[in-house]
Design a protein around this ligand. Structure first.
Ligand code: BG6
Ligand code: MG
Length: 216
């Protein structure tokens, strides 16, 4: 077997947090009189917190409405609400098939890591009781260039001591698929809204993650 490591995105791959992000951005947008809907939320998948807010402002033609300090304060407010939703997560909220897929991979001697641009990744994993399933969890705060740059996937490969060509990246966002490809890894997409590069394998849901068909 060529594959030595699996590198997972978190939001949308291990757990569905898009609804929590939606509710939190919607509350902030309503308070500020900004338009925000599911289609805009879709564009925020795999995108960092500040960049997400900048997209919402851009959609509203309000790029210059707030200073950098105000923007920092507003995204903190969004995050406080988001964290209150995250704290309701339990191990039952892991997406279907994921826990079994990881167990199978570990049994086969593969390393597993998390490459999420979320600064809440450690909290989310801890609420899911999943932190100890992974050999490495990238610290988004320390990775300068966010997805679609390959950096966070490369940081994981390096930390695991595995060549990028021996890694499979699993993502639900277009920005993430681009990052995996740019890192020189094999990409598995989970229900990606494809607007540019197609994943090497594209599945509708995590329940289709079949170790024998995907890992080579
Ligand atoms: C990504 C999500 O995983 O993390 C994005 O797909 C989110 O929607 C990003 O904006 C940053 O998350 P956080 O938790 O640091 O605000
Ligand atoms: Mg994601």
């Amino acid at each position: 077997m060529k594959t030595k490591a699996l590198i997972f995105d978190l939001d949308g791959v291990i757990v569905d947090t898009a609804k929590f992000h939606f509710m939190s951005w919607k509350a902030l947008s309503d308070e500020l009189g900004l338009f925000f809907d599911e289609a805009v939320n879709e564009r925020l998948k795999g995108v960092s917190r500040m960049k997400s807010f900048e997209i919402i402002l851009e959609v509203n033609g309000a790029e210059d409405r707030f200073s950098d300090a105000e923007k920092e304060e507003l995204i903190k407010k969004k995050n406080d609400l988001y964290v209150s939703f995250v704290k309701t997560l339990t191990p039952d909220d892991m997406l279907p098939g994921i826990a079994e897929f990881i167990e199978r991979a570990k049994g086969a001697g593969l390393k597993c890591a998390v490459a999420s641009v979320s600064k809440n990744a450690p909290l989310v994993l801890s609420c899911l009781g999943a932190a100890d399933k992974f050999d490495y969890v990238a610290d988004a705060a320390k990775v300068e260039k966010s997805k679609p740059a390959p950096d966070i996937f490369l940081v994981c490969a390096e930390a695991l001591g595995v060549d990028p060509a021996e890694c499979i990246g699993i993502e639900d966002a277009q920005a993430g698929i681009e990052a995996i490809k740019a890192a020189g890894m094999f990409s598995v997409g989970i229900n990606v809204t494809v607007t540019s590069a197609e994943p090497d394998i594209h599945l509708k849901s995590t329940s289709e993650l079949d170790f024998d068909k995907i890992v080579f």
